[in-house]
Structure formats: structure tokens, C-alpha cells
Ligand binder design. Structure first.
Ligand SMILES: Nc1ncnc2c1ncn2[C@@H]1O[C@H](COP(=O)(O)OP(=O)(O)OP(=O)(O)O)[C@@H](O)[C@H]1O
Ligand SMILES: [Mg+2]
Length: 600
């Protein structure tokens, strides 16, 4: 609940048009911790601007041959100040790290929750890798922004204030000099370095191109090897690697040149400040002591350095804010499935009716035209028709993934638009066109989303789905003993179902549907062909699955179609024939024609 309310707060707080404000709003829950961290930083970082005046005082003490006990006092103070650095640094790190890391967790949870509410249409439009990079990379950029920009920002601000205040007290005449020279010096150094930025970007693009190339190569390996094109793929990668190397060398040389150049200019400016202050001291144009000469020259260096650092974290800030915008895109995406304030159903009988349903995809092409169909409780309807005729779309309509443009979809006589589809779907099982397995044990894959499912029930489902041979792979001794069965259920299958054949994957998906014991079953039969033995197994599994529940199946195989009570033949988004196998065969039109083709 806590994480949920935090997530909805983040959804409200994040606005694409104002990334910086959004980010600051995200930090709001952590403001106590961050204030403490800031105070700790002030103390731990104070030697940066307190040490120069101490050094100055000690030098003046030497010049004036002052008392030794004053020196001991200065020394004691310095050591105390330095000793404080460690504990306060740790307080700062703990506080800012807690804030940063929990911010990242909160944003990731909020993104995930939002994605789970976004419509299936949204997910069809956006590739999984974009969604993934938002949750992983963009949030990481926010963390980097906190980790790198915050200390620099604090350090520069405090040093600037501290140095200017102390200078104003010790050598008021020099404050004006600082105000003019420090920004100029910093901008000069920055300008020299920025010459290298272009080359940096070229290098980054080369690296990105390279990693895309590697990704492609890996994905295409089966095709490459199948066509004997290994050397072509290797040459392509080698060429890209060479480009990276050349860009890298150019970058290194350029960085070296500009690095040295900016170091020299930086030092020259420092010496100029030192000489200027010394000249002022000797001529007494401005009356300053030798210690103050050191003070001013040190301050000049650290102030210029601070501003340069600040300019250097600017790219991290830019990237972080860009990521903030990217995260906001998800938070602001309006295409969410609305379930709030809709009726929750406890039980579902399974009667489905489509009344004059029309549906078009956003690009305007109508996918379903004037569909009317009444499906009785426990009936099995097979949707048959050419590829692109609208079978999958009709199934998505019944699932509530897409809403009818006009007309109604009714469940047990109630318009589905008034129902909380999440509650409906807990009585529904889906076997999609592509069986989806995740990296995990067979047990977890079958029981996906259900808690406390006994092994016996899982085994029943696997048996019903004719899928016990999947376990058989696990133990040499088969599944005769309980231990072997357990080991079998623990077999890990890969994230794309690797290690399993197409038919095995399908039957696992059927077992997953069976174990939920749904009232309504939605099945999109894969178009891929199975061999006769697998097909028999799958057909038997489906017969078990269809028993006692309302079933809609987009079917391609005659064996599956034959096990349905009625058949709806779709073409171009319309139902052109409807009836039992025998009726449609007697009609002797489209359906009879394809049956004739398959039997040939
Ligand atoms: N996300 C989408 N955006 C736009 N048009 C789509 C989208 N999905 C499907 N379509 C179009 O809608 C029509 C029906 O597609 P659908 O997926 O329902 O066909 P199908 O009967 O399931 O085909 P198959 O047998 O090949 O699975 C097709 O013309 C298709 O091009
Ligand atoms: Mg389809």
C-alpha cells in the first residue's frame, strides 16, 4: 500500500514540461535526510576554504617571528577540522545515498505500476526494449545526477560563499578582482576543453553503433550460421571495432592536447594572480601581508576549479533531466485501461455476446465489421479465416484489451464496459499465439501468478495438457518416484522457452491455462505446423481444456477446429459463415473449401 501511494504521488509529481521541478518534487519526501546531509557536507568540506586563511596566518606568524604557542593553536585547530572530515563525510554519504537509492526504487516501482495499467495498445506500439531502457537507464541517469551533481553543487556554492566572505573580511579590496577574474578564468578553461566535446560525441556514437552491431550479430547468429556467413558477420564486426579504435585514438590525442593546454593556461592564470597579489603587497598599493598573498592565490585556484567542475557536471545534469522527461512520458501517457469505479465481478458463468460490434485500429483501417455472435455458457467456438481476417482482434475484444468502437460486448448479459476487467480476467485463461515462458522452473511457469498451488494440481494440469514428457527430460529415471517428479518440476526453462520444442511450449501454455481452471478460455492457436504425433498430443490436451468452459479459439488446424461446437468463419473483419462443422460442410462454401484443401 505504501509503495502504491508513493507511486501515484510520483505520477502526479512528474511533468514532462518541467523536468527540474519534477526532479525536485521527487526529492521532497527525502528533504529531512537531504538537509542533514547538506549540513554534514558544509562541515566536512569546510577545510577547502578555511585552510587557506589558516595557512596565511601561519605564514604571517613566521614572517613576524610570532609566538610558538600560537602556532600550536593553529595546528590543533587544523587537525581538529581535518579529523571532522571523516565522520561528517560518512553522514553525508549515508544520507544522500539513502535518498538517491530509495528515489530510484520509488521511480522504478512507479514506472512498473504505470506500465501494468497502460493499455495493451500502448504496449503494442512501444517496443519492450524502450520500456526496459526507461526503467533501467533513465532511472540510473537520475541516480548519477544526484551522485555527481549534488556534491559539486554544494562544494562550489559553499566554497564560493566562504572564500568571498573571508576575502571580504581579510582583504576587502580584492573581492572586486575575484568577481571579475574568476568567472573569466573558468570560462576560458572551459572553452578550451569544450573543443574536445565534439570528438567525445563522435566517439560515443561509434561505441553505440558498435554495441548495436554486436546485438544484431548475436540475434542473427542462427541465420548467419545457417547460411554459412560467419566470415561476413565477423568482418562487419571487425570493421566497426576498427572505427571505434580510430575514433578513440583521435579522442585521446585531442584530449591530451586540450588537457595540457588548459592545464598550462590554468597555471598561468594562477601565477598571474599570485604575482599580482605579490606586487600589490610589495608596492603596498593594496596593503596586504605575505600570508594574504598566499591566501588570495589559493582562493583564486580553488574558485576557478570549482566553477570548472560545475560546468563539467552540466552534461550529467542535461542527461539526467532528459531522462526525467523520458520517465514523464510514461507517467503522462493517457492510454491507460480504466477499471476504477467499475463493477467487480465475483463469479462468472461464461455467457458472451457481441452485439453489432465494430472496431478500427487508430490508423483507421476497420478490423472488425458489424460482428454479432452469441456464445453460450460452456460452448466452444472456433474462429477460422485467412490471416489478417480479425481473429486475434476479436479475441482481444473479448478480453477487453481493445474496446469496441461501436456496439457492445456483454458478459453474462452485462456490458463489459461497466466491468472491472481485472476481476473478470481472474476467471479467464489465455493461451496466446506465441507461448510465453519466462526464465524459471516448470512449476513457476505453470503456476504463474497463482499462490499456494500444490504439486499435485500442477501435475494434474501437466497430465491434462499431455505435457508430462517435459518433466521426463529432467531425470533419467523419469517421473516414477516423487523425488524425480519434484526435480522435474524444478527444471529451469529459459526466458524464451529455450530447451523446449514448439509443441512442448504449447502444451506447457495449455497446462498453465488448465491449472487456473477458468470459466472462459481464450486461445490463439499458433500457425506453426506441428508434426502429426505432436499435433495429436496437443489436440488431446485441448479437448481436456475445452471441457466445461466457454472457449474462443482462433484455430488453424483442422483437428482443433473439429473439436469445437460451432465455427465462425471470418473474412475481412466480418463473420461470413457460422455453424457446426457438419452444417458448414453441408453449406459447401468457404469453410468446406478450406477443409477440402487441408484434407488433400
Ligand atoms: N496493432 C495494430 N494496429 C493496426 N492494425 C492492426 C494491428 N493489429 C492487427 N491489425 C490489423 O487488423 C487486421 C486483423 O488482424 P488480426 O491480428 O486480428 O488477424 P488474425 O485473423 O488474427 O490473423 P492471423 O491468422 O495471421 O493471426 C489485420 O488487417 C491487421 O493488419
Ligand atoms: Mg492472429
Amino acid at each position: 500500500m505504501g509503495s502504491f501511494s508513493r507511486s501515484s504521488a510520483i505520477e502526479r509529481d512528474v511533468v514532462k514540461a518541467e523536468p527540474l521541478r519534477s526532479f525536485l518534487r521527487l526529492l521532497r519526501p527525502h528533504r529531512g535526510r537531504l538537509s542533514l546531509a547538506t549540513c554534514a557536507f558544509l562541515i566536512k568540506d569546510s577545510p577547502a576554504w578555511v585552510l587557506p586563511p589558516l595557512t596565511a596566518a601561519i605564514i604571517d606568524l613566521v614572517v613576524q617571528r610570532g609566538a610558538l604557542h600560537t602556532l600550536w593553536m593553529y595546528a590543533g585547530f587544523t587537525i581538529l577540522l581535518l579529523a571532522l572530515n571523516y565522520p561528517f563525510h560518512m553522514i553525508f554519504v549515508r544520507g544522500s545515498s539513502r535518498a538517491t537509492r530509495s528515489l530510484a526504487v520509488d521511480v522504478r516501482n512507479a514506472l512498473t505500476e504505470r506500465m501494468q495499467r497502460l493499455s495493451i495498445g500502448f504496449h503494442n506500439r512501444h517496443s519492450a526494449s524502450i520500456v526496459q531502457s526507461k526503467v533501467v537507464r533513465d532511472v540510473e541517469n537520475l541516480e548519477l545526477m544526484m551522485q555527481q551533481a549534488l556534491p559539486t553543487l554544494l562544494s562550489t556554492t559553499f566554497t564560493l560563499i566562504g572564500a568571498v566572505v573571508i576575502t571580504a573580511v581579510a582583504v576587502p579590496a580584492f573581492v572586486g578582482v575575484f568577481v571579475v577574474t574568476v568567472p573569466v578564468a573558468a570560462l576560458l578553461v572551459r572553452w578550451i576543453r569544450s573543443r574536445a566535446i565534439l570528438q567525445n560525441e563522435t566517439f560515443r556514437h561509434e561505441v553505440e553503433k558498435f554495441s548495436t552491431g554486436i546485438g544484431e550479430m548475436a540475434a542473427m547468429i542462427p541465420l548467419t550460421r545457417g547460411h554459412g556467413l560467419e566470415s561476413v558477420a565477423a568482418r562487419r564486426v571487425a570493421g566497426q571495432a576498427e572505427s571505434v579504435s580510430i575514433a578513440g585514438q583521435q579522442l585521446d590525442a585531442l584530449n591530451g592536447r586540450f588537457g595540457a593546454f588548459s592545464w598550462v593556461s590554468y597555471q598561468v592564470l594562477g601565477v598571474a594572480c599570485l604575482v599580482g597579489a605579490a606586487a600589490a603587497s610589495i608596492t603596498q598599493v593594496i596593503p596586504i601581508t605575505p600570508g594574504q598573498v598566499v591566501l588570495l592565490s589559493t582562493y583564486f585556484t580553488i574558485l576557478t576549479g570549482g566553477i570548472v567542475n560545475l560546468l563539467n557536471v552540466a552534461p550529467v545534469m542535461t542527461r539526467g533531466l532528459e531522462s526525467m522527461r523520458s520517465i514523464a512520458e510514461i507517467m503522462e501517457e493517457p492510454d491507460i485501461e480504466v477499471n476504477e469505479n467499475r463493477t467487480s465481478v465475483d463469479t462468472v458463468a461464461g455467457g458472451i455476446e457481441l452485439r453489432n460490434v465494430n472496431f478500427s485500429f487508430p490508423d483507421g483501417q476497420p478490423a472488425l465489421l458489424d460482428i454479432s455472435l452469441v456464445i453460450g455458457v460452456g460452448e466452444t467456438i472456433a474462429l477460422v479465416g485467412p490471416s489478417g481476417s480479425g481473429k486475434s482482434t476479436l479475441l482481444n475484444l473479448v478480453l477487453g484489451f481493445v474496446r469496441p468502437g461501436s456496439g457492445q460486448v456483454l458478459l453474462d448479459g452485462i456490458d463489459m464496459n461497466t466491468l472491472d476487467m481485472r476481476s473478470v480476467r481472474s476467471h479467464v485463461s489465455v493461451v496466446p499465439q506465441e507461448s510465453i515462458l519466462f526464465e524459471g522452473s516448470i512449476r513457476d511457469n505453470v503456476a504463474y501468478g497463482l499462490s499456494g498451488v500444490s504439486d499435485a494440481r500442477i501435475l494434474d494440469a501437466l497430465r491434462g495438457a499431455n505435457a508430462l514428457d517435459v518433466l521426463d527430460r529432467a531425470g533419467q529415471d523419469g517421473y516414477s518416484s516423487a523425488a524425480a517428479v519434484n526435480r522435474g518440476l524444478d527444471t529451469i526453462v529459459g526466458d524464451r522457452g529455450s530447451g523446449l520444442s514448439g509443441g512442448q511450449r504449447q502444451r506447457l501454455a495449455i497446462a498453465r491455462a488448465l491449472v487456473r481452471d477458468p470459466r472462459i478460455l481464450i486461445l490463439d492457436e499458433p500457425t506453426s505446423a506441428l508434426d502429426a504425433a505432436s499435433e495429436d498430443k496437443v489436440t488431446d490436451a485441448l479437448k481436456t481444456l475445452f471441457r466445461d468452459r466457454t472457449t474462443l479459439i482462433a484455430a488453424h488446424r483442422l483437428s482443433t477446429i473439429r473439436s469445437a461446437d460451432r465455427i465462425a468463419f471470418l473474412d475481412g473483419g466480418r463473420i461470413v459463415e457460422l455453424g457446426s462443422h457438419d452444417e458448414l460442410m453441408a453449406l459447401g462454401e468457404r469453410y468446406a473449401h478450406i477443409v477440402g484443401q487441408q484434407n488433400r
